[in-house]
Design a protein around this ligand. Structure first.
Ligand code: 1QQ
Length: 382
């Protein structure tokens, strides 16, 4: 080798830029909503993945291989989620796919991954039934079924609510599942419902539903919504003079609510999640600082979930001996995932097996405890 080339090569090796026996990259697909109404969540999710991947790669990668994220925008639409899952799995030949953002899209796209025996790992899918699709479907997002009973009982205890009105989106898998679980939790706690009102994706005027709700004099409004509708709902409620607390699901658990419903409009919103920015464990403190340094803004639970998910996948990958046979490697990764235990930004995490509709073992859900917080002056307070 030419001596100057040799020196250049040696200095690159010394700088850690390349290694003598550089292993192939591990391609991981990411299908998230990066445009459209659900992009409010998708951008945070992408940031979390990219931060974790860059940390893992900087620390030497996975047994010498670097993680390479193959990013696709599924636009928060189920048809697009199907398209990009197909592209990532069959064209890009990724080892596994993270996403999609909404349960609505996951219900449509995850069967593609299941049929192709490729892991689909959701970090923000909380509706019932997603992991019943099959044994290649994983999520680290805690379900509405697990969180909402805790949110309702905490709000009942702390606010002394005796009766509530319910408002929900009836054309989305997540908002409908949230409604089902709210309804069950309210019945279990014997809290009467004064009115049940609905809306659809893309609606902008909620005054008719809110006025009806107001006339039934509830103590709180239980809201199963995504941010695109949930933000305007809170604004219009306050405009109508409704100062009641709102009790929301995962869709309302984002700092974006403070932009969409500015000032006092977003006050008194109760939500549950395993993650809080104020949780000062060493893992979360490190995550929050690294996120702020990289993105110049504070993280939210969506970025915390995706950040942890990348580390969870990395723990499984470290145990897998990749052979280069894609089908075998995809299955080996699936087989290694269920045993992963990880303490990250969202606290201690492990998987729990989900069942399909016939009661047979299927995919894997998150086993984590929710913390309930309430918004006040642009902050979630525990
Ligand atoms: C789901 C959700 C949404 C709030 C994700 C952004 O939890 O669709 O399941």
């Amino acid at each position: 080798m030419h001596s100057t080339r040799k020196i250049l090569l040696a200095s690159l090796i010394a700088a850690g830029s390349i290694s003598m026996a550089q292993a192939a990259d591990i391609n991981i697909g990411m299908a998230e909503a990066l445009s459209g109404g659900a992009a409010q969540y998708g951008h945070s999710i992408r940031n979390g993945f990219e931060l974790a991947a860059s940390e893992i790669n900087a620390a030497g990668g996975i047994n010498g291989s670097k993680i390479k994220l193959v990013v696709e925008d599924e636009q928060g639409k189920k048809e697009e989620a199907i398209n990009v899952f197909k592209k990532l799995i069959f064209q890009d030949k990724v080892l596994m796919v993270f996403g999609p953002t909404l349960s609505n899209s996951a219900q449509a796209a995850d069967p593609i991954a299941q049929a192709a025996k490729t892991v689909a790992f959701g970090t923000s899918n909380t509706a019932d039934g997603i992991t019943s699709i099959g044994n290649y479907v994983f999520r680290n997002s805690v379900t509405e079924a697990d969180v909402l009973p805790v949110t309702i009982s905490t709000a009942q205890r702390k606010l002394g609510i005796k009766k509530v009105a319910v408002l929900y989106g009836n054309d989305d898998v997540f908002t409908k599942s949230g409604y089902d679980n709210f309804k069950k939790a309210l019945a279990d706690l014997k809290i009467p419902v004064t009115a049940t009102e609905t809306f659809a994706k893309g609606d902008v005027d909620f005054k008719a539903q809110l006025t009806k709700i107001q006339s039934t004099h509830p103590d709180a409004i239980v809201l199963s919504a995504l941010l695109a509708e949930g933000g305007p709902i809170m604004v219009q409620a306050r405009q109508l003079g409704i100062k009641l607390p709102f009790i929301g699901g995962n869709g309302m658990n984002s700092v974006k609510i403070f932009d969409l419903a500015p000032g006092a409009a977003s006050n008194d919103l109760w939500v549950g999640s395993p993650w809080s920015i104020d949780n000062n464990t060493p893992e979360n403190t490190k995550f929050v600082a690294a996120y702020k340094a990289k993105y110049n803004t504070a993280p939210d639970q969506f970025s915390a979930q995706s950040y942890d998910a990348m580390y969870i996948a990395a723990q499984a990958l470290k145990k897998v001996k990749l052979t280069g046979n894609l089908a075998a490697d995809r299955t080996a990764l699936r087989d290694a995932l269920p045993a992963v235990k990880w303490t990250g930004a969202t606290g201690a995490f492990e998987f729990t097996q989900a069942k399909n509709k016939a009661g047979k073992p299927a995919g894997y859900d998150a086993k984590q405890t929710a913390i309930i917080s309430v918004t006040h002056d642009g902050k979630y307070i525990i």
